[in-house]
Write a protein that binds this ligand. Structure first.
Ligand code: NAD
Ligand code: UDP
Length: 310
């Protein structure tokens, strides 16, 4: 099948393209390198069946007339540091970008998977978060460009489904980690692992008692592909329900890296969710999917990757 992956130069996009290419598909990657790396595209370019278009999804996608079976729409900065750097870019990417992708899917009669996020639940007062929960999002805080951007991306997707019968799949992705995450992207796993390896203080925001649930990249990729090929035309949570506090993650990383790094505490960012854990009953029942890689196993793999010289 010919498959488009937007955000192909990014963390999830790179791994997704790799898996699709290994399965024998033709993959067309689209990216503007806002947070993605040229190195990832060079690696993908070594595999047969990969083609790359440097382009911004805020603009209409060029149609060369060829047929497209599926589109995975991942293009959007995902790290709070980067999505807050230029909030209007993030909003435009979420609205205009998603609309352009959906319009293209409509023209091509292609199935389209939209990468939504656990952030659409905001700082939740229902725990764990199941798909029927409508969230607790601040509409004007520093995270709103991303949270509201992703919420409107979901609205657009379902309107294209309702109005034009476009086959849409919406993945609510929870924190995902693994090799090939951009070292400088500011998310917690890269920050803590790199500090531990470099024997520098590990940065903990707030008390470190806020929780997240971390899904290893191979599990996430499998979930995305299974969702795309399913008949689930409603949102599905994809994440690992193994919930940990940030301090617990830091302790495990210290242990696995044999590091004696200290902890340096910083103020908690505004609207930083106090807890997050997916209810994955829907994915388990409808996709027969559940994560297989434990936090320790995943961290070991990620640490091994970051131990290698650049
Ligand atoms: P990433 O920042 O590594 O990758 C995003 C990619 O999109 C980058 O290569 C970037 O250059 C590209 N991009 C951004 N704006 C673009 C634009 N306007 N036009 C073209 N390309 C653009 O992030 P990621 O972790 O790989 O996340 C991928 C997707 O998954 C995002 O949509 C994100 O919101 C979603 N997601 C990720 C996580 C996670 O934990 N990694 C969690 C929830 C949701
Ligand atoms: N965090 C931290 N130290 C860091 C980076 C992040 O304590 O160096 C915290 C952050 O405040 C949040 C959690 O780790 O509570 C996850 O942050 P990340 O930016 O990875 O993703 P988020 O889930 O907030 O989108």
């Amino acid at each position: 099948m010919r498959i488009i992956v937007t955000g192909a130069a990014g963390f999830i996009g790179y791994h997704l393209c790799l898996t699709l290419l290994h399965a024998g598909h033709e993959v067309i990657g689209i990216d503007n390198f806002y947070t993605g790396s040229k190195g990832n595209i060079e690696e993908l370019g070594k595999l047969p069946g990969f083609q790359f278009i440097e382009s911004d999804v805020r603009h209409e996608i060029d149609d060369d007339g060829s047929s497209i079976g599926q589109i995975y729409h991942l293009a959007c900065p995902a790290s709070p540091v980067y999505y807050q750097k230029d909030p209007l870019f993030t909003l435009d990417t979420c609205y205009l970008g998603t609309r352009n992708v959906l319009e293209f899917a409509r023209k091509k009669s292609a199935g389209v998977l939209i990468a939504s996020t656990s952030e659409i639940y905001g700082d939740p007062d229902v725990h764990p978060q199941e798909e029927m929960y409508r969230g607790r999002v601040n509409t004007w805080g520093p995270r709103s460009c991303y949270d509201e951007g992703k919420r409107i991306a979901e609205s657009l997707a379902f309107e294209y489904q309702n109005c034009f019968s476009v086959k849409v799949r919406v993945a609510r992705i929870f924190n995902t980690y693994g090799p090939n995450m951009n070292r400088a992207d500011g998310r917690v796993m890269t920050n803590l692992i790199l500090s531990a390896l470099q024997k520098k203080p590990m940065t903990i925001y707030g008390t470190g008692r806020q929780t997240r649930s971390f899904c290893f990249i191979s599990d996430q990729i499998e979930g995305l592909i299974q969702l795309m090929n399913s008949s689930c035309n409603f949102p599905v949570n994809l994440g690992n329900p193994e919930e940990v506090s940030i301090l617990e993650v830091a302790h495990i990383i210290k242990e696995l890296t044999h590091s004696d790094s200290s902890y340096e505490f910083y103020p908690l960012p505004v609207d930083d969710p106090r807890m997050r854990c997916p209810d994955i009953t829907r994915a388990k029942q409808l996709l027969q999917w559940s994560p297989q890689v434990s936090l320790r196993q995943g961290l070991e793999k990620m640490i091994r990757y970051y131990e290698q010289p650049l």
